[in-house]
Ligand binder design. Sequence first.
Ligand code: NOJ
Ligand code: MG
Length: 595
Amino acid sequence: MSSNKKFCETTKCLLLILVTVAAVIAIICVITFSDENLREKRYEKADLKWWQTSIVYQIYPRSFQDSDGDGTGDLRGIKERLGYVSGLGVGAVWLSPIFRSPMRDFGYDVQNYTEVDPIFGNMADFDDLMKEAKAKNLRVILDFVPNHTSNDSKWFYLSERGDAKYKDYYVWNDGLNCSSGCEATGGKRPPNNWLSVFGGSAWKWSGIRQKFYYHAFLDSQPDLNLRNEEVKEELKNVMRFWLQKGVDGFRADALKFMFESKNVTQNETGLSDPFAWNEEDNHNLTTNFEDIYGILKAWRKVLEEYGSDKFLIAESYGISHDVRNKYYESGSIPFNFALIQYLNASCDAQCMKSVIKESMADLKPSYWPNYVIGNHDNHRVANKFGPETIDAFNMLLLTLPGTPTSYYGEEIGMRDTFYTYSETKDPAGLNFNETLYLEHTRDPERSPMQWNDTFNAGFSNGTPWLHVNSNYKVINVKNQESAKYSHLKVYKQLAELRQKSSFTYSNLTFVDVDDVDENPKKILSYIRTQPGQDRYLVVLNFGHLYANDVDLSKSAGSKRGEVVVNAMSNYQVNTEVDLTRITLSRGQGLVIKVK
Ligand code: NOJ
Ligand code: MG
């Protein structure tokens, strides 16, 4: 005490010390917890969860491998091919829905969430698949469809018949009185103008219940009433059922449609077409309700009952950053669809850079990024941007920060397949006429996997549910495994490369090439590294012309590098490259280790 007095006796002095100590603590806190500092943090693989260092590989089960000759892919087929899948260097498979379903939307219309559809096999096949996946160190992610069921589900059957337990499991409404032309709907008309994503009114009359029910998608996909506590419990138990079987997480379908306004007297305004649902319109009464986040948090708790490393990725088209952040805060990862939604064939390198930057903007370090370039609802890369860009897009996807998701066949550059109107199976196409179906059908990107150049590309001994692409003799896994250079080989090299700690998150620094490139911009370039690690320069030509002698040495901080992956160019892997003069044509790309 006495020595303290000597050191600082006055109140003023004590106050000064207090303020200084508080300031130092505040500064330490800011440095430790600030976003910037976290960005600089080095991420070691051991500190990361499995889904942070894995590529997710999406399998559309109907189209991957048929094992029983019925023309539709199945679980045994997938199991047989897991060796190939793990050989790609991916860490997880996501299976589009495998549950019992009348297949009107090919599994996204679930009849029973805890049963395997017979077309895919049975529960023993699923258990075998899980065993094999674990043995191969592959994680398994299931598709979870919480917004709607099939109208063939027991829940809907009982709900439609007014069963005491189930009557409020769906969104029912009496409708409005209608003076003429409504004989088929009990003299009623829908309560409002809300639209179904697949076209037309989102309300369907039930003659049995004498009410309308709401369906965001097909009228055979009634929306569940997620304000009903029992429905919420049912869904949590579905998750538990599969978690107990050892699945590693879920891809959750159509989450933004989970809630609609309680007030059904209001119409949505400003719709660009009164009959067709349009992503760009403001669907404020039928999408993106805050209630979604409570549900997500509850699901995260369920996942945590089974461990702290379960994965939950949410389908999330066209969401604002604010909404994106709320998905993150609620324990899920919203799919980043920027590369699917906002790029088109005329997008030059500058445009691609802005799309990537915009999708990363305001992304807190704790919000793990992810990228995806294709899925079962979107045309394939080769068709959207040209076959010459296949490797460049895989190079982009696999060198961006975060978790990439690859759609089956992307690794071999599969193309969309053309189906005539009469061959078309997708209801999203068949809801339109022969002139318009091509704008809506998703069959082209769902054609069977091309394994080899034998009958049906090795997919099936029977008649495939969608015929295989006629290019299968050239584009197939077997050819690409034996070729000296192939999309498949580039994919595998990239998958291996991204395991290096320079790629395990942290910074992405865009390299400024504007000064050496004219308009439109051709070269997209960035550096991936972490403190104390190798620096990798990614250079991609997304322009339409040759980029000649581009000087990247200033931004790279060196004139020399070594090519580690080559996409389509004349440069050779393992050779030295002069960073003052890089020449690439459209679709060519390089990953260079800077010396
Ligand atoms: C999104 C799925 O990806 C799509 O394939 C499906 O048709 C709709 N949700 C409805 O479930
Ligand atoms: Mg089969």
